[in-house]
Write a protein that binds this ligand. Structure first.
Ligand code: AMP
Ligand code: MN
Ligand code: MN
Ligand code: MN
Length: 285
């Protein structure tokens, strides 16, 4: 039923709620054999997660979920996530890339805050100010939680729907690196890249095909074929794309917090037999 692995998870170094140690403790209670930590544009939790995995007898894969931009036919860009796995955490190109991402994220969150502060309901309150004083990667999820705490949204999803999603009053993007450049960076750092949650992008069949073609042409390695909440149709569709471009399949929960039962750590359907597992190319430590 399940692969006892999870190659897509978050900690409080980005928008997850658990420390790396607590995440690994939960992975141990779920009986996981291999775990990757893939925080948004951050590797800050990897050393702690690695140590905790070693102590718990779980194989650790270093990881990161990099934000990239993809131009749309009708103009504008959408944000695409590329997971880098087995990456060399000390590679200078990675360190440089992450510090540039941190600057882009800080500017983006400040700009979202400034836009929201101008809205009638906000009475000048800027949700970015406190966030930017904290050490983790600032994400829209943190702003969503702040809006819930202030009573401006019922729950984070409502905050996205009302304020933060593309087209809503607080939406701002950034000059993210291109998908192909992001894939090449991961390769340069000896990592393997998986295009994250391709089924969630709001792209036509044709546009998704173009994205996967560009990802594969740049040297991308896998698509995320099995995540919790993916329908059989979605797994079949993404699996077919992986096969037609000679890509492997990656699996993970995109776990953020124990309170979200729809993204349970380590619990998602097994990779279909016809798909080559990316795990086979990784060397958990
Ligand atoms: P960011 O990376 O700053 O764009 O923040 C996006 C994060 O917010 C994602 O990684 C998800 O964890 C979370 N999220 C929750 N609901 C949504 C939504 N409806 N749209 C986009 N992101 C969402
Ligand atoms: Mn997230
Ligand atoms: Mn993502
Ligand atoms: Mn994620």
């Amino acid at each position: 039923m399940f692969d006892l692995i999870d190659l897509h998870t978050h900690s409080l170094h980005s928008d997850g709620l658990l420390s790396p140690t607590a995440l690994v403790a939960l992975a141990a209670t779920r009986g996981l054999k291999v775990l990757a930590l893939t925080d948004h544009d951050s590797i800050a939790g990897c050393a702690e997660a690695h140590a905790a995995c070693s102590a718990a007898g779980i194989g650790f894969v270093s990881g990161v979920e990099l934000t990239a931009g993809w131009p749309m036919r009708g103009g504008g860009t959408i944000e695409i996530h590329v997971v880098g796995l087995g990456i060399d955490l000390e590679h200078p190109a990675l360190v440089t890339h992450l510090s540039a991402q941190a600057q882009r994220r800080a500017m983006r969150v400040a700009s979202i805050g400034a836009k929201l502060a101008r809205e009638r309901d906000f009475a000048g309150w800027d949700p970015a100010t406190e966030l930017l004083a904290q050490p983790m990667t600032p994400t829209r999820m943190h702003i969503a939680r702040a809006l819930v705490a202030r009573g401006l949204a019922r729950d984070p999803q409502h905050a996205f729907d009302r304020w933060l999603s593309r087209g809503k009053p607080g939406y701002t993007t950034s000059q993210w690196p291109e998908v192909a450049a992001t894939v090449r960076l991961i390769g340069e750092c000896r990592g393997h890249s998986a295009l994250a949650h391709a089924h969630r992008y709001k792209l036509s069949h044709c546009a998704l095909h173009e994205l996967v073609a560009a990802f594969a042409a740049a040297g991308g390695n896998a698509l995320e074929v099995s995540l919790p909440g993916m329908s059989q149709n979605e797994t079949a569709r993404i699996g077919a794309l992986a096969r037609s471009f000679g890509l492997a399949g990656s699996v993970g929960s995109d776990f953020h917090e124990p309170g979200l039962p729809w993204r349970p750590l380590g619990r998602f359907a097994k990779l279909p037999d016809q798909i080559a597992p990316l795990l086979a190319r990784l060397s958990p430590r």
